[in-house]
Design a protein around this ligand. Sequence first.
Ligand code: NAP
Length: 255
Amino acid sequence: MTGRVAGKVALVTGGGSGIGRASSLTLAREGATVVVTDLNGDSAAETVSLVLQAGGKARSMAHDTTDETVWQAVVASIRATEKRLDIVLNNAGVSGGGKLLKDTSLEDWRFVNGANVEGVYMGTKYGIELMEEAGNGGSIINISSIYGKVGAVGSVSYNASKGAVCVMSKGAALECGQAGNGVRVNTIHPGFIFTGMTEGRLQRNDFRDWALKRTPIGRIGEAQDIANGVLYLASDESSFVTGTELVIDGGFLAI
Ligand code: NAP
């Protein structure tokens, strides 16, 4: 088998669309077997069809990443079926809808932080557990955001959640180093990427023009731009990389 992640088994959450779908296709193209999960089991199954059509290996599961019982079922399924896990892409997330802090309820806050922090916390914890059992090391990739590093108006819950993902991942990387289990944990910080999460805003001329002006490279990103970073962190090419932040933002944070 050839490819940059040949022979590895990957779990991709939120794999039914956007960055998760592009990453599933990319990892499969490069030789991984991909377990694609999503809140919406049908969209995860569609991603799997695309992988199979392209000659790759994948299967899907419906998976609400905020539910620990479902996480345990996903882990049990991988333990029984693939019998190893090398890559976890904790990608599932929500945007929070752009409410100002003064208009945000505790319920809104918990919805965003439940999906974006608790889901990633469980994916990191259970991912490491399975990787340790298999004994081959592994790579956990947690999707944060440029807004896990700087603030944005109307994004307080999202800012908190993505900042938490970033520093939580560093703590997990240190614990893996201390345990000597060969597991690496890193974050990716996308800038503006055209996906279902952003298309409403990016179709508005005022917002798109602002985002373009704010992005030195002069275009809105594609899901594939992030999938390319996922592939690097998933592969052994990044074997000396842990506890770090891969910013893929067309230069947004350089300003
Ligand atoms: P997307 O197309 O909306 O993908 C997000 C996926 O996550 C959807 O398939 C969604 O399912 C799924 N999901 C949401 N809550 C879930 C849960 N509790 N359990 C399982 N799956 C869940 O958006 P995307 O842009 O690809 O987002 C992927 C990640 O990138 C997110 O973490 C996002 O915060 C991050 N990000 C995106 C951008 C950007 O500009 N697009 C920038 C920075 C960071 P449903 O569609 O069924 O709800």
